[in-house]
Write a protein that binds this ligand. Structure first.
Ligand code: FAD
Length: 260
C-alpha cells in the first residue's frame, strides 16, 4: 500500500520527527511504499493568497472558494499545491505527525491543509441541493483511504482525560479528525498520542517506538473511529442535524456524532 506522512516540526532532530522516522521504518519493513512531506524541508508556504492562483486576473477579487474551485477545475493551481494533491491521491493512507501547539496543529500544517484542500478537491464535492448536501463526512474524493494522527504533547494524559483541565483529547482533536479528515472521506483511525513528550527519555522512547510500530503494522486493519456518515440517514437535510431516531436529543456535542 502507499502511505504519505506529512510532518510539521522545525527541528530535524526533534522527538516528533524521530517518531515519524520510526513509523517510516516500520511501514517500509512491512513492504509498503512511503513518501514523506516534511513541511519545513519543503519550505512550505503556509498562507493562502493570490500567489496560489497564478491564473487570477489582478483586477479580479480573490474569493478563495470560487477562485480555488476554478483553478482546480482548469488545472491552474500553483505547482506546490498540485504536487501535494497528487500525493494525497497516490496514498492509501495519510499520517499527520506534529507537536500539539496551542491545542492544535502548528500553523505550517494548517496552511498545508488550507492551501491543498481546494474547492472541488476536498470540499464542494458532489450534488448540493435540497436533497443532498454534497459528498462529505465519510464520502468525497478521499473516501476509501485511511488517515491517522501522531501527536506529541507536553501535557499529561490526565490533563486530557474526561475531567482534565485541558479538555478531553478526543474533543480537542475532533476538528482535525472529523473536520479535516473525515470531511473529505477518510476513515480516521484513533490517534497515537505521546503525552509528557518534553520529558521523554531513552527508555520512554524505546517503549513508545514499540507501540508506534504496532500501530503502523495495524494501519490497514485497526477499526476507524465510528463517526456517523452524513448521507447514511442519521441527519436531516438541509439543517444537517441529527435525527431524534438516530440519537436522543439529550446527546449533544462532539460525542453525538459517533455511532453508538
Ligand atoms: P523535542 O523537544 O524534540 O524532544 C522532547 C524530548 O524527547 C527531549 O528531552 C529529547 O531529548 C527527548 N528524546 C528522547 N528520545 C529522543 C529521540 N530519539 N529523538 C529526539 N528526541 C528524543 N503542549 C500541550 O500539551 N498542549 C499545548 O497546547 C501545547 N502548546 C504548545 C505551543 C507551543 C508554541 C510550543 C512550543 C509547545 C507547546 N506544547 C503544548 C508543548 C509541545 O506539545 C511539546 O513541546 C512537543 O510536543 C514536544 O515534542 P517535540 O518533538 O518538540 O520534542
Amino acid at each position: 500500500m502507499n502511505i504519505l506522512i506529512v510532518s510539521a516540526h522545525p527541528e530535524p532532530a526533534s522527538l516528533t520527527n524521530a517518531l515519524r522516522d520510526i513509523a517510516v521504518d516500520q511501514l517500509l519493513a512491512d513492504g509498503h511504499d512511503v513518501r514523506v512531506s516534511d513541511l519545513h524541508v519543503l519550505g512550505w508556504k503556509a498562507v493562502v493568497d493570490r500567489q496560489d492562483f497564478p491564473g487570477l486576473d489582478p483586477a479580479e477579487r480573490l474569493r478563495v472558494p470560487a477562485t480555488s474551485g476554478a483553478a482546480f477545475a482548469y488545472g491552474t493551481l500553483s505547482e506546490d499545491v498540485v504536487a501535494e494533491q497528487d500525493k494525497l491521491m497516490w496514498a492509501d493512507a495519510l499520517i499527520l505527525a506534529f507537536p500539539l501547539w496551542w491545542f492544535s496543529m502548528p500553523a505550517i500544517l494548517k496552511g498545508w491543509i488550507d492551501r491543498i484542500y481546494s474547492y472541488g478537491f476536498a470540499y464542494g464535492v458532489g450534488e448540493h441541493s435540497d436533497r443532498r448536501w454534497g459528498d462529505r463526512y465519510g464520502e468525497g474524493r478521499l473516501a476509501g483511504k485511511r488517515a491517522m494522527l501522531i501527536v506529541t504533547a507536553g501535557g499529561w494524559a490526565s490533563h486530557y482525560g474526561a475531567r482534565g483541565i485541558n479538555g478531553p483529547i478526543d474533543d480537542l482533536l475532533f476538528p482535525i479528525n472529523h473536520g479535516v479528515l473525515f470531511y473529505p472521506g477518510y476513515d480516521v483511525l484513533p490517534p497515537f498520542i505521546i503525552y509528557q513528550a518534553d520529558r521523554m527519555d531513552d527508555d520512554g522512547f524505546r517503549a513508545t517506538s514499540g507501540q508506534l510500530r504496532g500501530r503502523m503494522r495495524a494501519l490497514f486493519t485497526d477499526e476507524p473511529i465510528p463517526y456517523r456518515r452524513q448521507n447514511a440517514g442519521d441527519y436531516t437535510i438541509p439543517s444537517m442535524e441529527l435525527r431524534e431516531e438516530a440519537a436522543a436529543p439529550a446527546l449533544t456535542g462532539f460525542a453525538a456524532h459517533l455511532r453508538s
